[in-house]
Write a protein that binds this ligand. Structure first.
Ligand SMILES: O=P(O)(O)O[C@@H]1C[C@H](O)[C@@H](CO)O1
Ligand code: HPA
Length: 319
């Protein structure tokens, strides 16, 4: 263990910036990119597995206002982020900052009540670091959920969009959670991202939506993540729509990239918490706001919880 605290400023960390050759060490480059060394991720995973006595198979990331997904977990062992070594803290309303480990539908699971966003000031590698922790805890399936604005005109507030692809806008700008030295123990230097969203799980979720009688409000679509914290301009929303984006948010994509890099199966959905205006208007009620996002998420948490429980039960059958 290096003793490197990822929350420290790089400039104030150790002096191992350049070796005798004048080249930066791999460790220094990792620190510069705020990537967490494998050993540090392993330590966090060991802490959680030892503390809970559980090796989870499914990892769940609760989106804004969707923290109740973690309340489904039986015999929960709850870890406050602030008490987990080297873990960041949640700073956004609707993200409690707790990791819950326990059992759901007979499967060991681990749920993040609170994710990390780029706009909070965390580099992408840090935002998605918990996905690697999940992996080293034993997680094979990632369920990522989010609140998002609906750009597809057919989507209504309260609908669910099962993600089947994404447009990585932060990636277009040269930002990736996999930037920096690659540790092959996690995955390859150049991972492919086609088929990132598991088709079998999407189909199962569609069947579940039929069984729940909500299929008319469930869609399959493309999500895009912008850096936030501003909501989008009309011109940006129009551009996203032209690119084939159905829903827009400020998360999830970097988590999915990190999960696919380490070969997890991914299922993700967006709860459409607001409709994105693509026409210019003076109307205040067409402006997105976080209170509305939270209120819609609260209203729809029951359906989201049921969808997740039933999908976990389906996975349980195949274990
Ligand atoms: O964590 P998610 O992506 O669910 O949260 C969305 C994006 C922003 O954090 C917030 C904006 O209202 O909700
Ligand atoms: O309209 C939105 N834009 C970006 N992120 C969001 N999260 C919820 N709604 C939105």
């Amino acid at each position: 263990m290096t003793g490197y605290n990822s929350q420290n400023d790089v400039a104030s960390s150790n002096g191992n910036q350049a070796g005798a050759t004048g080249h930066k060490s791999t460790e220094y480059i990792a620190q510069e990119n705020h990537t967490y060394p494998y050993e540090m991720i392993q330590e966090i995973a060991d802490f959680l597995v030892k503390g809970s006595g559980i090796r989870p198979k499914i990892g769940i990331i609760c989106g804004s206002g969707l923290g109740s997904l973690a309340d489904l977990i039986q015999n929960p062992k709850v870890f406050e982020y602030s008490k987990i070594p080297n873990f960041p803290v949640s700073t956004v309303e609707g993200h409690a900052g707790k990791l819950v480990v326990g059992c759901l539908e007979g499967v060991n699971v681990m749920a993040m009540q609170g994710r990390f966003h780029y706009y909070e000031g965390y580099p992408l590698a840090k935002c998605s670091m918990p996905v690697r922790v999940m992996k080293l805890c034993g997680v094979e399936y990632l369920f990522a959920t989010n609140a998002a604005g609906g750009i597809n005109p057919k989507y209504a507030v309260g609908d669910i969009m099962l993600m089947h692809d994404h447009v990585n806008m932060l990636g277009f700008a040269g930002n990736s959670p996999l930037q920096g030295p690659n540790d092959p123990r996690f995955g390859p230097r150049f991972p492919a991202l086609v088929n990132s969203y598991n088709k079998d799980l999407i189909n199962k979720a569609i069947d579940i939506s039929k069984a729940m009688g909500i299929e008319s409000s469930v869609h399959v679509g493309v999500y895009s993540c912008l850096g936030g914290p501003t909501y989008e301009t009309i011109a940006e929303l129009r551009a996203l729509r032209m690119m084939g984006v159905d829903a827009v948010g400020m998360s999830t994509v970097h988590e999915v990239i990190t999960a696919r890099h380490c070969d997890m199966k991914v299922f993700a959905f967006s709860l459409i918490t607001n409709k994105c205006a693509t026409e210019y208007s003076e109307k205040k009620d067409e402006e997105a706001n976080h209170d509305e996002v939270m209120a819609v998420a609260k209203n729809k948490q029951k359906a989201c919880c049921e969808m997740v429980s039933r999908l976990v039960a389906e996975i349980q059958k195949s274990l």
